[in-house]
Ligand binder design. Structure first.
Ligand code: HEC
Ligand code: HEC
Length: 351
């Protein structure tokens, strides 16, 4: 019933948008939205082309719903206790609230902070060190990781194959009831790549919509942000999709050397992927090891805590000059990046 309502609502919106005299939607459709679906993927106006274009994995309602069911299914873990959604919580922009590093099966600790998940179609690499380059290959890592879900994919396939509902859902999504790893990963990719967050107060401001009126403090924060942070966290995605040394000291407990683990290149030591700052007010704690629990602590790091490594980024060879007022203004601006529509979008919630 809930789903039907959403379809009707969205159908209604589509009808309004197509009324003569209305401005045509300037966005580019990658997978032409079928109005009978409640899910579609549209590149927001002014955004770059995505890295993932659903090639050989057409976004369908059935594929998306299957991906969502898998994402929230604890059977993907050995003892049926942990789902992807256990660590990636929607209200925290699919990060793990209050956990500096991940807590997986048997309460085992990982070594890295669970990143937020949204706008993943624009990401060319995944994980803090960019160790995975295709969203369709990503789920194998948490599924088999001994401190996350700890179960061979073949085991997961056996469990799912015993479930009549799953066989029927795979049949609808992929044309036969065969359950294999490729189909599991493709369905999860459809669900995750369709998660677009583009309706924050900041977005409304950019689009000139009502609800997008920024206060004087937020506007001051925006100009300061563009000046001091925008190089690595550029709009509209708030990440340059690259790796930088962020001037953090090494935590000896984890001894996480970052990007060098993937490339072997000493220039990449202590470099980590730049996270998007959308929804950042909701996805604490921060950084690859979750060492900061507030935005104020992050800003204080940039203002007074920069450690200059041999391969320090030219922009971070010294602290970033900011007054207390500048800091407060930037934080006020970062708060405008919270997208309540996305954080509460029922399409992305456990059904
Ligand atoms: C135990 C907690 C945990 C579970 C369970 C888990 N994840 Fe994650 N996820 C993480 C952590 C931690 C990282 C970062 C890993 C790294 O950088 O090495 C991550 C990274 C990711 C990323 C990359 C995001 C980015 O921006 O780089 C994606 C996508 C993702 N997870 C999806 C999933 C899916 C799908 C599942 C279920 C099959 C899942 N996760 C299960 C903790 C978890
Ligand atoms: C030289 C590039 C660079 C500049 C300049 C920069 N950042 Fe970052 N930022 C990064 C990287 C890289 C990370 C991730 C570092 C890590 O986890 O080790 C990061 C992480 C963050 C995080 C944590 C996000 C999360 O989800 O964990 C916040 C918040 C942040 N930056 C805000 C800012 C602000 C505000 C400024 C300007 C005052 C700024 N950054 C300037 C590269 C940069």
């Amino acid at each position: 019933m809930k789903k039907l309502l959403i379809i009707i609502l969205l159908g209604g919106l589509a009808a309004v948008a197509s009324l003569p005299g209305c401005k045509p939607d300037p966005s580019i459709d990658i997978a032409a939205p079928d109005t009978s679906l409640n899910i579609s993927f549209t590149v927001p106006d002014g955004w770059p082309q995505p890295a993932y274009t659903f090639t050989n994995n057409t976004l369908t309602q059935a594929g998306f719903e299957l991906g969502r069911k898998l994402f929230y299914d604890t059977r993907l873990s050995k003892d049926n206790t942990i789902s992807c959604g256990s660590c990636h919580q929607q209200f925290a922009a699919f990060a793990h609230l209050d956990h500096n590093v991940s807590h997986g099966i048997h309460d085992l600790l990982g070594t890295r902070n669970t990143p937020a998940l949204f706008n993943m179609a624009w990401q060319s690499s995944f994980f803090w060190d960019g160790g995975v380059t295709n969203i369709e290959n990503q789920p194998i890592n948490p599924m088999q990781n001994p401190v996350e879900m700890d179960q061979p994919v073949t085991e997961a396939i056996n469990k799912l194959s015993a479930d009549e509902q799953y066989r029927s859902m795979f049949n609808t999504a992929f044309g036969s009831d065969t359950i294999n790893s490729q189909r599991i990963f493709k369905a999860l990719a459809q669900f995750m790549a369709a998660m677009v967050s583009d309706n924050s107060k900041y977005d409304k401001y950019i689009r000139g919509e009502s609800g997008g009126e920024l206060t004087a403090q937020e506007l001051s924060g925006l100009s300061l942000f563009r000046l001091k942070c925008g190089n690595c966290h550029p709009e509209p995605l708030f990440t340059d999709d690259k790796f930088h040394n962020d001037g953090l000291t090494l935590d000896p407990t984890f001894n996480d050397t970052g990007r060098i683990r993937i490339t072997g290149n000493t220039q990449d030591r202590y470099k980590f992927k730049v996270p998007s700052l959308r929804n950042v007010a909701r996805s604490a704690p921060y950084m690859h090891d979750g060492r900061f629990s507030t935005l104020d602590a992050v800003l204080e790091h940039y203002r007074s805590g920069i450690y200059v490594w041999h391969n320090a980024d030219p922009l971070l060879r010294q602290n970033i000059g900011m007054s207390e007022q500048d800091k407060a203004d930037i934080i006020a601006f970062l708060n405008t990046l919270t997208d309540e529509t996305f954080l509460h979008d029922p399409r992305f919630s456990e059904q």
